[in-house]
Design a binder for this molecule. Structure first.
Ligand SMILES: Cc1ncc(COP(=O)(O)O)c(C=O)c1O
Length: 368
């Protein structure tokens, strides 16, 4: 069996190590190990003394306990540690989806979230949530028995975040269709303007909700590769059966650093909030100043935006020419199956974002 290329990964991987203005990354400008050491004076010693055997398959109890504190009513036993949210999603799909199952997924979205289900032989239905604000289409999609409803909120690439009420409606619709309802929440934690951070899906009233999450985005710690699943026992156990074949356990050093970041999340998120608030403002001011070349739905949460551009050029050519002529890396819309758009990750250093945005506008002006 073969699987189509993961377009975002292939695109970014081609350019990211050489381009001067990288607006393709989706995490917050990453922390250094020394910044985590500064949060807990015992950490350097514990890292030095860490014996490098395999870790616990499900993840260290202390780490799972720290994570569980972020989920009301959950304990360490409700959490399964994974190698980033990417493994969490991979495990969930393999655990839940069989050939012929109906799977409904928010769209446009991170390709992994529907591609794995399609690869496994599911009947995948993409729900274009941007064009269905009254939830009419999703009701129709969920009229038939469904195995899994996959939500990504806040959404990559658009930065749209569902409210608590919207999530509750989706959970009810999914449950009525007999589905597990899973939300990829890697961009959850920071919201802008009047938007509130919605609760994790597993906090809603339902026995069939699942959350996948990681420290890669709003925490700014993608290098730890620490992710997790919060889910009912039968789902976690099915995921663990696959995990034993894929990654066995997570690196013990990462577990220690991750636990510190989570226990001190107020400080970590305060650092990241400051950067993101500044960059979000810069991005919205830029879009307002350049309405003649781009149209932007202001992102409500997370770290990504998905502007539409007016120039008559396919998105792949736009992306390639921006790299070659302006030294700016964005992700072209074709990686999300949406033309006339490009994705910006605005969690980078403010100077990089500012220079990158100016160059994009300078490139688009003469051709729009
Ligand atoms: C929606 C979404 N889920 C999961 C991931 C994977 O993140 P990680 O494995 O670093 O947690 C990404 C990365 O861009 C993403 O955008």
């Amino acid at each position: 069996m073969n699987i189509p290329s993961f377009l975002v990964e292939r695109w970014i991987g081609k350019y990211e190590w050489t381009v001067p203005y990288d607006l393709a990354e989706t995490g917050v400008f990453p922390l250094k190990v020394e910044e985590l050491y500064a949060l807990d004076s015992t950490l350097p010693e514990r890292i030095a003394a860490c014996q490098l055997d395999y870790g616990v398959n499900t993840g260290r109890t202390e780490l799972r306990g720290a994570i569980a504190e972020m989920y009301q009513g959950k304990s360490a036993d409700d959490i399964l540690i994974t190698h980033g949210a990417i493994e969490a999603n991979w495990l969930l799909m393999h655990a839940l989806v069989n050939p012929g199952d109906r799977v409904v997924c928010t769209w446009p979205v991170y390709q992994q979230l529907w591609q794995i289900a399609a690869y496994l032989g599911a009947d995948v239905r993409k729900w274009d949530f941007r064009r269905d604000t009254d939830f009419i289409e999703i009701r129709k999609l969920l009229e038939k028995p469904t195995k899994l409803l996959i939500i990504n909120s806040p959404n990559n690439p658009t930065g749209v975040a569902f409210t608590r009420e919207q999530l509750q409606t989706l959970v009810e619709l999914g449950e009525n269709a007999g589905a597990w309802v899973s939300c990829d929440e890697v961009y959850r934690g920071l919201a802008y303007d009047h938007h509130a951070v919605a609760p994790p899906l597993t906090a809603l009233k339902s026995a069939r909700t699942i959350t996948s999450m990681s420290l890669s985005k709003v925490f700014g710690l993608p290098g730890l590769r620490t992710g997790w699943i919060a889910a009912p026992p039968e789902v976690r156990e099915a995921c663990l059966r696959f995990r034993d074949y894929v990654s066995i356990s997570s690196p013990k050093i990462s577990d220690l650093l991750a636990e510190t970041a989570i226990r001190h999340r107020d400080k970590v998120l305060a650092r990241n909030r400051q950067l993101l608030n500044r960059n979000h403002r810069l991005l919205t001011e830029w879009a307002a100043a350049h309405r003649d070349v781009v149209k932007l739905e202001t992102p409500q949460a997370g770290t990504t935006a998905f502007p539409e551009y007016l120039a008559a050029m396919d998105s792949e050519t736009l992306g390639r020419r921006l790299v070659e002529e302006q030294g700016v890396l964005i992700v072209p819309g074709f990686c999300f199956e949406v033309e006339q758009h490009f994705r910006i990750g605005y969690g980078c250093a403010t100077e990089v974002l500012q220079a990158g945005l100016e160059r994009i506008a300078a490139f688009l002006k003469p051709i729009s």
